[in-house]
Design a binder for this molecule. Sequence first.
Ligand code: F6R
Length: 269
Amino acid sequence: MEVIICDTQEAVADRVANYIKYLINKKENATLGLATGSTPIKLYKKLIELYNNNEVTFKKTTTFNLDEYYNIDGDNIQSYRYFMNKYLFNKIDIDKSKAHFPICLEGENPNLIGDLYEKKIINAGGIDLQILGLGSNGHIGFNEPSSSFMSKTRIKTLTQKTIDDNSRLFNKNEYQPNMAMTMGISTILNAKYIILIATGENKSDAVNRLISGAISSKNPASILQNHKNVIVILDEDASSKVNNIDYYLNAAKENKKLQEQFGYFHELK
Ligand code: F6R
């Protein structure tokens, strides 16, 4: 696990956007796994800037979002498809028929929708780079504590902590779903590369547990310790409780030199 600490949230967004640009310029038909939530908004803004400067095109990119609320149509303003359209897809040249979400409406069988999503990911050649945020309870996607490390895309009931954390995004009388379809932990671990982003002091405990806590389904993000190509990119606030921070700062400097010399994403052809 590589840990990169940036001064500000803008610097985090800049760094991750440049990784994505590098990847797409190396493999134009790349498959990206994407996240919603507050954390990646600055990243998506930066990607739009890169696109407007003709530094990257998404014409041949396929995307799979991590999750979608259960029984929320893609046109609903609370849906993650709406979010992605608003913050990224409407402003770049992506072919939206290649942007996938695990949408499951009432009456549809979530098991079948989950299986289909897995098949679509496999048919696209697997995910080259998965972008993740981090829940304050250690969730990745909507894999809440106690989720199986072997899990695939499926329906999950959200914990009260997640519902409370996300209630800021809903108006007072607006319906807030308590279930979501989410890629499983095993789906996420199958990505060739993973970049997890965390910013803000409220993520500092979860970040510390992700990097150096015990690997346990009680803390789903901890399993990322076992993935061979994970980069955790933090701002200073989110990194404030990381043990052994000097080591990570030094390692990041050394890795940067090597990556500038030999390139990134060496496993991608
Ligand atoms: C979103 C997702 C979640 C969020 C996490 C952090 O698609 O899968 O795991 O990444 O809840 O959310 P924010 O960024 O809003 O703090």
